[in-house]
Structures are given as C-alpha cells and as structure tokens.
Design a protein around this ligand. Structure first.
Ligand SMILES: CC(C)(COP(=O)(O)OP(=O)(O)OC[C@H]1O[C@@H](n2cnc3c(N)ncnc32)[C@H](O)[C@@H]1OP(=O)(O)O)[C@@H](O)C(=O)NCCC(=O)NCCS
Length: 182
C-alpha cells in the first residue's frame, strides 16, 4: 500500500516513532491549544490516540507527517479517516511553528487532503470539527468551499465552562464545481 504522497511544496509520509515527540510538543503548546480551543484533557486524549496510529495506515485511515521538500523539515501533521459506514471522511491538520502560519501551507495541505479523500479514498463528503473560536481554521475551510452544517453547543468542556464546536463539510460535487482543486 502506498504511504507517501506529494503536493507542490510538501511530502506526506507515514508517522515514525521519532516524529511523536514533535507532535506532543506542538499539541502541548499553549498558543496552539488556545487556537484549537482544546482543553488539556482532550489534547492528552488526542495525543494518546495518535500515538496508537503510528505504523497502522489503513485504506480507511491515513495519518501523515508533512515534510517541507525544500529543506526536509517536518512542518506539521494531517490525517484523514473514513467513517465506518457513512461515505464521509473526517480530516485534521496542524502546522506546528507559528512562523509557518499564514504562508498558504494550510491551504495546500487541505487541498491535498480533499483531493486525496475524493480521488483516492473515494469518499463522497469530507468533514471537519473545530471549536467555534478557531477563526483561522473556519476561514480556511470556508475559503475552500466548506459549508457549516451546525454549531454543537457546549460540546467541549473547558477549564471554566463549555466551548461550542462547529461542524463543516464539503461534498465531492461541490469540490469539483469549485475548481479550487486544480
Ligand atoms: C488553522 C491553520 C491550519 C491555518 O493554516 P495556515 O497555513 O496559516 O493557513 P493559510 O496561510 O493557508 O491561510 C488560508 C486562509 O485561512 C484563513 N486564516 C489563516 N490564518 C488566519 C488568521 N490568523 N485569522 C483569520 N483567518 C486566518 C484566511 O482565510 C486565509 O486566507 P487568506 O490568506 O486568503 O486570507 C494553522 O493556523 C494551524 O495549524 N493552527 C493550529 C492547528 C489548528 O487549528 N488546526 C485546525 C483545526 S482541526
């Protein structure tokens, strides 16, 4: 099974054990946690869950390390997993260093995930959940043509209350009609 792919600036490959410390370091970064709106407990759960995925790529679940080709530096992580019985795949992405934000990296990685989900995994819909306060992510998904289906009120327990989660999605027909993919 093929586990390494390319877009213009990046190579997407399977996780290795030695990548894990970088992931943990970024997921524990306060600014990233704030941006993602994730409380510590959920971050720790996601970190443990991701660790179990190392070396376990399946045709229904890919977890990629994103490596910048020009200097071979690991700049982020992304993943796409197909739902067990719906024709839907959920995606996630993280660019670790703030100096790498707002350079179009998120757009390129999301385009890769969308093309991968629709053309390789043959899913009909790609979805994402993020906290309502993650405006950078929401804007990025909107720019790529995602619609928001609903706000899941109070879904995420944080230190001093509850956070709303936003569910966003795009179908293959919408993606192809947008022509952003080319
Ligand atoms: C969210 C994230 C992936 C954005 O990646 P990025 O490389 O900065 O995004 P891009 O440079 O491709 O920007 C694409 C669009 O996103 C939006 N965006 C990016 N940063 C933004 C910010 N700080 N404020 C508002 N909108 C922003 C804009 O609409 C931008 O389009 P524009 O440049 O035409 O205005 C990145 O900040 C990140 O990894 N954050 C931490 C993890 C996370 O939040 N993951 C997503 C939730 S699962």
């Amino acid at each position: 099974m093929k586990t390494s792919f390319d877009s213009d600036r990046f190579n997407y490959r399977e996780w290795k054990e030695e990548d894990f410390e970088t992931y943990k370091h970024w997921m524990k970064d306060e600014q990233i946690r704030n941006r993602m709106g994730l409380p510590n407990k959920i971050c720790n759960y996601i970190i443990r869950k991701m660790h179990k995925c190392i070396g376990k790529t399946k045709q229904t679940a890919y977890h990629f390390v994103v490596v910048r080709k020009r200097d071979n530096i690991l700049i982020g992580f992304c993943d796409i997993s197909k739902h067990a019985y719906f024709d839907v795949a959920e995606v996630g992405l993280l660019i670790g260093e703030k100096e790498d934000w707002q350079k179009g990296y998120g757009t390129e990685i999301m385009k890769f995930l969308l093309n991968f989900g629709f053309n390789v995994m043959k899913t009909n819909v790609v979805e994402i959940y993020t906290t309502k306060k993650n405006q950078a992510a929401i804007n990025l998904f909107k720019k790529l043509g995602f619609s928001h289906s609903c706000i899941l009120k109070g879904y995420c327990k944080i230190e001093n209350g509850f956070e709303d989660i936003i569910h966003m999605y795009i179908s293959v027909a919408e993606w192809n009609s947008k022509k952003i993919s080319q």
